[in-house]
Design a protein around this ligand. Structure first.
Ligand code: SF4
Ligand code: SF4
Length: 318
């Protein structure tokens, strides 16, 4: 029994040190089991229509709550975080872009690393069944991140930790490899309400409850309508793609360290954009500026819709 446990520990240590060597910020492990508690919460959240028009959230319900349905024989869920906190924020003299979208599309960057990770696992342990997920519909990354102790779920509903804050992507690798599980960490939000107070659209409707259909990230990225709802005009604080406000004000993000991932650096041309450049942006320029970027999700028409919406009343006096 002891020898088996030692092997388990050694395997888990190998997984964690390999993750660090591959540039992941953190790596923790949870046992692959049905997410029973989260299942009830997700059901209610969907029933209350808190997902807005994000229909994909309501699909694959059974897959989302049970990793063994995604990888038959799954034993462990390896949860990884990857830092995107920039050395310097882009200028706030024009419409703002969420920090996570400064560089190359994180889906592409992280998926490639997850593939490489699986390959290295097979080299080390022989045949391993596994699937990597990054921000993809059938996996509840945040739930796994809190189970494994990457951090706790903050009142803004992002996962955060005392040492690393919350400016990181989450990815999950479900595998049939048996590994030692880590446990959750305690919540250190305490009596703080900075994120709730700072949210300009009151999207954090109660501590730990986000109404996704009121969030600027949802409006500027997910909502495909030709126009944004006028009742929110003047409330976007100049955010044209995503919104970092609730994370920027979080005291635990004072300790965020800049990332070291070249792919996440903004292009020079992006750093030089000012308000006028954004307003006059042509489709060809958009394609060059955001080649390989997550901003492409909104398409040119979506980004320009967002910029026009800011101009309705968000524009600060010159
Ligand atoms: S991302 Fe912005 S709009 Fe959404 S909850 Fe946070 S502060 Fe509010
Ligand atoms: S701002 Fe305060 S309440 Fe919100 S997540 Fe951070 S610590 Fe928690």
């Amino acid at each position: 029994m002891e020898a088996f446990d030692l092997k388990l520990q050694a395997r888990s240590e190998w997984v964690k040190s390999t993750a660090r060597a591959m540039g992941f910020l953190d790596c923790r492990i949870a046992k692959a089991a049905r997410l029973e508690q989260e299942e009830a919460f997700l059901e209610k959240w969907l029933r209350d229509q808190k997902h807005g028009g994000m229909d994909y959230m309501s699909k694959h319900f059974d897959l989302r709550v049970d990793p063994r349905k995604l990888v038959p024989g799954a034993k462990s869920v390896i949860v990884l975080s990857m830092n995107y906190f920039p050395e310097e924020a882009l200028s706030d003299q024009g419409p703002k872009l969420s920090k996570y979208a400064y560089g190359r599309d994180y889906h592409k960057v992280i998926k490639k690393r997850l593939k490489e990770f699986l390959f290295r696992m097979e080299e080390q342990f022989g045949e391993v069944q596994g699937r990597g997920f990054v921000d993809s519909a059938p996996v509840m990354e945040k739930a796994w991140a809190t189970r494994a102790g990457i951090g706790w779920m903050g009142k803004h509903t992002n996962v955060l930790s005392k040492q690393k804050g919350s400016f990181y992507f989450l990815a999950v690798l479900i595998t049939d490899l048996e590994l030692a599980s880590d446990g959750p960490v305690t919540d250190h939000c305490g009596s703080c309400t900075a994120c709730i107070d700072a949210c300009p659209t009151d999207a954090i409707v109660a501590p730990y409850v986000l109404d996704g259909s009121k969030c600027i990230s949802y409006f500027t990225i997910e909502l495909k309508d030709a126009d944004l709802p006028t009742e929110f005009a003047g409330k976007f604080n100049d955010w044209m793609f995503g919104c970092d406000i609730c994370q920027d004000v979080c005291p635990w993000n004072r300790f965020s360290q800049p990332h070291q991932t070249e792919e996440f650096l903004p292009k020079q041309a992006l750093q030089e954009m000012d308000r006028k450049d954004w307003e006059r942006l042509e489709e060809e320029e958009f394609d060059v500026l955001f080649e390989g970027s997550a901003v492409k999700r909104t398409k040119y028409s979506g980004l320009m819709r967002n910029i026009r919406f800011l101009n309705l009343s968000d524009r600060k006096p010159d």
